[in-house]
Design a protein around this ligand. Structure first.
Ligand SMILES: Nc1ncnc2c1ncn2[C@@H]1O[C@H](COP(=O)(O)OP(=O)(O)OP(=O)(O)O)[C@@H](O)[C@H]1O
Ligand SMILES: [Mg+2]
Length: 223
């Protein structure tokens, strides 16, 4: 079953050229897709369209359709989109909202009304998994860029999404942190999660079922 269906997706920012120009692709449940492209090729724009941030939040010329898990993403309420597809932002500062790491990890679960004892169990387990236990009470805003990135990835993965979009997940991470993220993505795929990652350097390529290259607003099979 196709859990993601994108058809003829085009987008131009106000008074700008087309950044996405008639993209079409599908992903089956449990597949891992990697989109590679140079800086400015439209990777973050594509992530924003998949999760419904665009066209909602900006005046853009948008056409085409994006369906995730049966949800018509451009037209469904944003909170409904968020129940079907989760995004780890390229810039962690756009995502972090709490003043303690453990609260950041608990935040999404609290919104989903998960019982407190279950939240505690999952937060402790995820902090251990990502090597964050020693900074449970630290303010995410005061962490390094790489540590912030780990916190945003952990706080998204803890929700157990069926579809996850990772915008440059490895950027700014040292070798040890990259290994933690790779292992977490591997476990997600083992659980049947569908993963879409956009990146410059193909770090997640070993796990990809397909690699697509974004260039001149279009998708290509080859670099
Ligand atoms: N909010 C915006 N308003 C106007 N133009 C934008 C906006 N966001 C992005 N762009 C432009 O759209 C193009 C694609 O940007 P986008 O951020 O999607 O690329 P990217 O592939 O994610 O780049 P990077 O690898 O540097 O993160 C760029 O030319 C950029 O300047
Ligand atoms: Mg980007």
């Amino acid at each position: 079953m196709n859990i993601i269906e994108v058809k003829d997706l085009s987008l131009a920012y106000e008074d700008g050229p087309r950044v996405l120009d008639g993209l079409s692709f599908t992903a089956e449940e449990g597949e891992a897709l990697v989109f590679a492209g140079l800086s400015g090729s439209g990777k973050t724009t594509l992530c924003s369209c998949l999760c419904g941030i665009l066209p909602r939040t900006e005046a853009v010329a948008f056409s085409g359709s994006v369906t995730v898990d049966g949800v018509d993403i451009p037209h469904a309420p944003l909170h409904e989109c968020a129940q079907h597809i989760a995004l780890v932002f390229q810039n962690p500062d756009d995502q972090l909202v709490c003043t303690a790491v453990e609260d950041e990890l608990a935040f999404g679960l609290e919104n989903l009304c998960v019982p407190p004892e279950e939240i505690r169990r999952r937060v402790d387990g995820t902090m251990a998994e990502f090597g964050l236990s020693g900074m449970a009470l630290s303010d995410p805003a005061k962490l390094s860029g790489g540590q912030k990135k780990l916190v945003t990835i952990a706080s998204t993965l803890i929700l157990g999404p069926r579809v996850i979009v990772l915008d440059e997940p490895m950027t700014g991470l040292d070798a040890e942190s990259r290994e933690l993220v790779l292992n977490a993505v591997k476990r997600l795929l083992e659980r049947g999660c569908t993963v879409v990652a956009v990146e410059h350097d193909l770090s997640l390529a070993p796990y990809a079922d397909r690699i697509l290259y974004l260039r001149d607003g279009k998708l290509h099979d080859k670099p």
